[in-house]
Design a binder for this molecule. Structure first.
Ligand SMILES: [Zn+2]
Length: 342
């Protein structure tokens, strides 16, 4: 029996047909279309992993300083999934090799060069991946497919976690990767460290029936956001708090608006901060927001008609207001609400 044949059938964790998040118009929300089967059981077997790594069919995604490798010879950058023998040079230089999962019958690994010397990385590319370049995924997310974005983001967030968890948080001893890079073990105190995901809530607050007017929704301008972007409010979940409580608290803290009827819409892994964004809708009948308490520059109610005049994210067309990034769940929440509100 071949090694690949040991892989069980079924959808694993990746079933893009049924589990992706769709935007208005049917497009798939970025970072929600992971098609790899993760094989959480098989990846605990070092022998099996070694066999996958040695296979000519396996694919390797190189990373360096949080950037993914792209082929740049075509019109727009495409992710570089290297095969043997080219991949071997990157694997040999990698600080961390992580098993990501299987695409069909092919194992996919991430090879993180971490923060190695730029000259060495340049030589490596010239020898084994000519025409390729390391690029920040955020810069090219508009030209990669949702499936590619999901894979690249997954590799990036795991590589970043390894780089930041080389030492045990309990005893300070060096930790070692295990289970294909999905756990780090401390040989000194025995503690097991797992990749950390920070839950954050993001919410569209609406007034479906304001006195004498059209439905409207609350958007804020965060000091962190570029240009004139107005987006849904968001924040991290506090310890000891339910998601719904986090939604209500964040909206109150940021805009002094009270909400009811909080309901879950969808989630999106957000690799750039290692977060899981949990999207909600909520209702408020409060009048004007008060932003004096928080880091918002502005917050106000908008009707769907007003939002149709918003410019695209950072398109530089000088619109008074701009929508959030197309690859964000904020955009999904806004587009869904606009479709519902006419
Ligand atoms: Zn320890």
């Amino acid at each position: 029996m071949s090694k690949v044949a040991r892989n069980p059938g079924g959808p694993g964790n990746g079933s893009p047909d049924s589990q992706t998040i769709n935007l208005a118009g049917g497009a798939v929300l970025h970072y929600t279309a992971m098609r790899l089967k993760r094989y959480g059981d098989l990846r605990q077997d070092p022998e099996w992993l070694q066999g996958q790594l040695a296979s000519d069919h396996s694919l390797v995604l190189p990373l360096w300083t949080d950037k993914n490798l792209f082929r740049t010879l075509g019109q727009s950058p495409a992710p570089a999934l290297l095969q043997m023998p080219d991949a071997a040079q990157f694997l040999a230089s990698a600080v961390e090799v992580i098993y990501l999962g299987h695409d069909g019958e092919r194992a996919v690994f991430a090879a993180d060069l971490a923060e190695q010397d730029r000259g060495h990385v340049k030589d490596l590319i010239e020898q084994s991946a000519p025409g390729c370049r390391f690029i920040d995924l955020r810069r090219v997310s508009a030209v990669v497919t949702p499936e590619q974005a999901s894979l690249l983001a997954y590799a990036r967030v795991l590589a970043s976690w390894h780089r930041n968890n080389g030492f045990c948080a309990r005893c300070g001893h060096r930790t070692q990767p295990q289970r294909g890079g999905h756990m780090r073990h401390c040989g000194q105190c025995g503690r097991e460290h797992f990749p950390r995901i920070d839950p954050a809530v993001i919410m569209l607050v609406e007034q479906p029936d304001p006195e004498g007017g059209q439905p409207r929704c609350l958007l804020g301008r965060h000091t962190r956001l570029p240009g004139r972007v107005y987006s849904t409010l968001a924040g991290y979940v506090d310890p000891g708090e339910t998601l719904e409580q986090a939604v209500a608290r964040e909206v109150w803290e940021e805009a002094r608006i009270r909400v009811t009827d909080i309901r879950y819409v969808a989630s999106q892994p957000w690799p750039f901060a290692g977060s899981l964004m949990l999207g909600f809708r909520a209702v408020s009948m409060d009048a004007e927001p008060d932003i004096s308490q928080d880091e918002l520059e502005d917050a106000r109610w908008f009707t769907a008609a007003e939002m149709r005049d918003f410019g695209e994210f950072e398109d530089g067309n000088g619109a008074e207001f701009e929508l959030p990034r197309q690859d964000s769940i904020a955009r999904l929440l806004i587009e869904q609400w606009m479709a519902d509100s006419g």
